[in-house]
Every structure is written in C-alpha cells, then in structure tokens.
Design a protein around this ligand. Sequence first.
Ligand SMILES: Cc1cc2nc3c(=O)[nH]c(=O)nc-3n(C[C@H](O)[C@H](O)[C@H](O)COP(=O)(O)OP(=O)(O)OC[C@H]3O[C@@H](n4cnc5c(N)ncnc54)[C@H](O)[C@@H]3O)c2cc1C
Length: 463
Amino acid sequence: MDTRHYDVLIIGAGPGGIFAAYELTRLDASLKVAVLECGGRLDQRKCPINGTTVKSCLNCKSCSIMNGFGGAGAFSDGKYNITNEFGGTLFEYTGKKEAIELMEYVDEINCKMGGSETRLYEGGDPALYKKCLENNLHLLKASVRHLGTDVNLVVLGNLYDSLKDKVDFFFHHRVNTVMVQGEGYEAVCENGERFQADKVIISTGRSGSRWMESICKDLDLPSKSSRIDIGVRVEVPFETFSTLTDSLYESKIVYRSKKYQDRIRTFCMNPHGVVVNENTNGIITVNGHSYSDPSLFTENTNFALLVSSHFTEPFHESNAYGESIARLSNMLGGGVIVQRFGDLIRGQRSTPDRIASGFVRPTLQATPGDLSLVIPKRQLDDIIEMIYALDAVAPSTASDDTLLYGVEVKFYNMEVEVDSNLETCRKGLYVIGDCSGVTHSLSHASASGVYAARNLVRSIHEQ
Ligand SMILES: Cc1cc2nc3c(=O)[nH]c(=O)nc-3n(C[C@H](O)[C@H](O)[C@H](O)COP(=O)(O)OP(=O)(O)OC[C@H]3O[C@@H](n4cnc5c(N)ncnc54)[C@H](O)[C@@H]3O)c2cc1C
C-alpha cells in the first residue's frame, strides 16, 4: 500500500483537531493537511440504540456518540465556557489573558458558523454569589455560550463544509501507531494505510486515552496520571434550580465537605435537559445534555455532582479505579442505576414502583437500585453533604424525589508533558485537547487546537 505524504497530520476530528485544521488552513493555505479520524462523518454518526429493538449499548467498534467528526462534543449540549476557572489548564501554557482570547476567538468562529443567534450568558447576579458563599458554596465565574445540541450540530456541519476542500479528511481511519520517520513521523492505520508528515498534532480526546498511553510508551513521552472524579447525576424539577440557571445557565459550584475536606463540584448543568448514557471504553456511565429548541425542553434540570480524588505514590491507576466503580454499577444494574434521594437516605433501594410514585419523572430509563452498593462511602457521604448544602440555595434539592443516577465518572487523561507551545519532547509532535490532560472541555480543547496550529505554522515559517 502506498504511503501518503502531508505537511501536517492531525489525528482526531474532535473540537481540538477541527480548530487546529481551521487555523492551519487559515494561516497557510499552502499547507497539505490530513485529518485521520476513526469515526465517521457527522451525517454518518447514528447510535443504534432506538429504545425499541435496540435498548442497550452494542459496543460498536467505533462509538457514534464519542467518535467521528465533532468528537465527543458532537451531541453534547454545546456549552462553551469562556473561563480559566475550570475546563482545563490551558492558561498554564499560554498565560491567562491569551487563554481567554483564544476561547473568545473560538466563540467568534462558532458564531460565524451558525451560532450567532444563541445566548452568551455573562456573569451572574452578585446576590447569588453572596448567597452561595453564605452557605459555604463557591460559585465560579465564567461566560457561557450555550449552543445547545441542535445548533452545535449546525455549527459543526458548517465547519466541515468550510474545511472539506482545504483538508483531506480520512474517516474510519483508526491510527494504530505513530513512529518516528527521519525528521518527521509515520502514522499507521488499522487498515494498513500509512501517512507521513513532518508535523503531527494528536487530538484523540478522552476516548483515545488508552491509545495515547501506548503512544507515550512507544515514543518515550513523559506523562503522569493521578486524578479521577466520581459521582452521580442529579435530576430535579427545572424550577428547583431556576434561580441559578436563569441568570447563569450553568452554575459551577464548588463545596468542601466538612467530614473529609474533599472538593465536590457541580458539573455540566442542563436546564430542561435529558440524562443520557455514555460509553467509555465499553463501560456505561451517565451524562446529560439539553437542546436550545424550546420544543425539545423537558420539565427537569440535571447536573453532575463529582468528587475529585487525587492519588499519590505508589498508585498510578486512577482511571482503572474509576472504571472498576463504573463496572460495579454496570454489573448490578446492567448499566446506569437510578435512585431517589429519599431512598438513599433511608438505606433502601429504589424500585420501579418507588420511582414511578415520585414527582420527578426520569428522563433516562435506568435501573432502579441502590447506589450505596456501588459508590465508595467517602464519595457518597461527600455527595449527600453537598446536596444538603445546595438545598439552602436551591430549596428542594434534598427532596425525597430528587433522582440520582450513577455512576458518573470523569476520566482524566494522563498529563502528557508538553512545552509552552503544546509540543512534546519530540520535535514537531504536538498533543492537544483532552488527550493531553491539559483540557477537559469544548472551549479549552478548541482553543488548544488554535494555539498549537499557530505555534506550528510559526515554527515552519521560522525554519
Ligand atoms: C455527552 C457529553 C457532553 C459533553 N458536554 C460538554 C459541554 O456542554 N461543554 C463542554 O465544555 N464539554 C462537554 N463535553 C466534553 C467535550 O465534549 C470534550 O471536552 C471535547 O470534545 C474534547 O475535545 P477533543 O478534540 O480533545 O476530543 P474529542 O472530542 O474526544 O475528539 C477526539 C476524536 O479523536 C478520535 N480518535 C480517538 N482515537 C483515535 C485514533 N486512534 N485514531 C483516529 N481517531 C481517533 C475520536 O473518534 C474523536 O472523534 C461533553 C462530553 C460528552 C461525552
């Protein structure tokens, strides 16, 4: 099979890869760029679960939810948080001001590509921040562009149309290995096809985390892995959180538990949203999203409550720890487990009847069960403590009928050692987005793509 030659190879067509391709072609139209993506085109991405003939995950070779043009973010809620407070640590490489400028630049492009009619939530009511502080809750500051799942898909479609004649996209091309080849690199795909280039940008996201570990070993790229976030997705009536969501859309609230001094946070808040399954390396966990089209609104709001665990020597397998907890819930519930808060507090499992008798109607069909059999005591105590704290700012959060889905796990990619250009110790090899460990969000991943592309083009022009 012939080897194809390019100036730049981008591995992964998630937000990181897409924005890297956008910026590369904008800065230097003469560059020959290829994007290798193991999933399909946006219009080919269709999860076979239809709720009738296929009710649970078939473990497809390439998951339509996580893989393909748009990456893990394609069917997401499309919340672009413009902030250095969460979503990644890009600012440690770029400086705080430039990180915000990069995220604003991404926002400009998203607006140009069809997102201009969507709302940018800027700051919130100072009284809310005060009320949170009075209850030991810390509300983080951010501007949020909420594209919504529907507009996010329009934006991605337009981005693809604007790139497809400038960049060669190779879908259903899973890269197996990346090898040093002379002054550059060779990527070998599962189907045997080979691609060579002087420069490579790796942006394989969270779904490519295992693969990234193997690349680090093969290419001797220093890395470390120590963090995991474990928790539940909480579902409440929309009105319960409306004071917060009306002015902020997504409120990121951090709490330090009295009992263990652990840090617990709200994450991915979806007013009028739906709770969904997420498949990470064959393990079913829970997530959530919402639409900007009012006709698709539900009567509920959902958000995650996550407890961060940082492991120190000698334990390095933080992701394996999270996976085994998620596996336990899959083992007991066949997937995601749902439990009423009142049942959890009373030490009893939820049953289909107890869920049906509650006032909060679940938006995900999960197995009624007992989360205390799955989630370690420490994390569960932390979550319960925070639910009571939230009840003070959003009354009825700690109601009997509040639904808890478990488990939600945020796997962190190991952190790959990169310099201030996001270039690894191997010259011309950049690692960006969630697979680098530097970012954990749409805006940071996209911004890292723009930043790496600018550094890469500068390095070519300086040669
Ligand atoms: C359901 C859901 C909702 C979310 N909602 C939000 C939100 O509202 N706001 C927010 O900020 N973040 C959200 N996120 C997180 C966000 O989607 C990610 O942070 C972001 O997509 C990371 O971008 P990325 O380009 O680094 O990686 P990804 O988006 O994961 O893209 C990586 C791409 O690389 C491909 N790939 C992997 N391995 C290989 C390989 N070996 N060869 C070729 N291709 C490969 C994958 O198929 C994938 O398409 C959500 C995530 C999920 C799953």
